[in-house]
Design a protein around this ligand. Structure first.
Ligand code: SAH
Length: 342
């Protein structure tokens, strides 16, 4: 049985075979425009509502919902049909409402300082499982309108390319979100970046760099051994040339590891030719990485140095740290296991 957002338009027609054609349109619009589940579509006959409810069970079962930052940040922990768990984070800002969605249960990239990477890979999410996270965020954000989707939750989006791209086209085409407000983030899956450069929808790309010399990046982000910096820079240049979009570089500031003056120089050398914008993320604590984040002062100095080297950089506000919802802290089952055994 497919999840509501894994259903293709043609499958819905089949499912409602024998019904007048307007019914399929009505259900499709209910799912994507009004963002309702079938059992909530009170304008359908009761029998049809319950038939659809059974045929299209929700993909996400809420295990917990926590809030932080005075209610401006919400984190959900979901169980999927097979028991795999993922997290979703909704963030309210004065000028926008952003949801951060997971694309895989776990992650195979094994970045040292990331809680998801520390936990390992479980499985790919389907497009419908990704889209339903956005649907939940749209519903929870009301009466505000969800404006932005960042694929920065658990998992490596470009290691689940087909399903992630299918989710992107659904969000854009069926749910009316602007491609310019969708951002894919990658640790540097070069073939994925190349593919993205050829897509017609102009989504944003963020690259999680963290080190701009191969020796250090090999350790922090093991995928660098497969796709070293020179290859990554080439793919990024291709993406920028093909799309005309501005590239973002993510840099978690780690005390004495990548926050020194020489690191800023290396980063500037990488970022400047790409005209990339750098987001500095103060390192958030995770169970498997003992090094602490850079001090607030070091982060500011680093940003100022980048400025003076001709690179635009901003310090990203941390959201949800107190509920382990901040960058790099998403680790559903591991968190549960830790609490259960504590
Ligand atoms: N796998 C993709 C998508 C996840 S995005 C990627 O890594 O880009 C999650 C972001 O949080 C990435 O930029 C990641 O590098 C960053 N991050 C991971 N662990 C972190 C930590 N402990 N503190 C701050 N940022 C972290």
């Amino acid at each position: 049985m497919p999840a509501p957002y894994d259903l293709a338009r043609g499958d819905l027609d089949l499912l409602l075979g024998g019904q007048p054609a307007f019914r399929a349109r009505q259900v499709w619009e209910g799912l994507h425009t009004r963002v309702l589940y079938p059992d909530e579509m009170t304008d359908l006959p009761v029998a049809m509502r319950s038939l659809l409810g059974e045929a299209l069970p929700r993909a996400l079962r809420q295990i917990s919902r926590q809030s932080a930052d005075g209610g401006q940040t919400t984190k959900w922990l979901w169980a999927l049909h097979d028991g795999a768990q993922v997290e979703t984070v909704l963030m309210h800002y004065p000028d926008r409402v952003t949801v951060c969605v997971s694309t895989q249960a776990g992650c195979a990239m094994a970045c040292q300082f990331c809680a998801t990477g520390q936990a390992g890979f479980q499985r790919q999410l389907t497009a419908g499982e990704i889209v339903e996270q956005v649907a939940e965020a749209i519903r929870a954000a009301r009466p505000r309108r969800l404006s932005n989707v960042v694929f920065m939750g658990m998992g490596e989006p470009l290691a689940n390319y087909e399903r992630v791209w299918s989710a992107v086209t659904k969000l854009h085409g069926d749910m009316g979100l602007s491609a310019r407000h969708l951002t894919l983030s990658t640790v540097g899956v070069v073939p994925g970046i190349r593919r993205l450069a050829k897509e017609s929808l102009p989504v944003n790309l963020a690259v999680s760099l963290h080190a701009a010399n191969d020796a250090r990046r090999d350790v922090l982000v093991p995928l660098n051994r497969r796709y070293p910096l020179a290859m990554l820079a080439e793919a990024c240049a291709e993406y920028v040339a093909a799309t005309g979009r501005r590239l973002s570089i993510e840099w978690a500031m780690i005390h004495d590891v990548n926050d020194q003056s020489g690191d800023a120089v290396e980063l500037a050398r990488f970022a400047r030719p790409l005209a990339a914008h750098v987001n500095l993320i103060p390192l958030n604590p995770t169970p498997g990485y003992a090094v602490r984040g850079s001090s607030a002062r070091r982060v500011r100095e680093f940003r100022d140095q980048l400025d003076s080297l001709g690179v635009n950089a901003t310090v990203r506000m941390t959201r949800g740290a107190e509920i382990d919802a901040a960058c790099g802290q998403l680790a559903a089952s591991v968190t549960l296991g830790r609490r259960a055994s504590a």
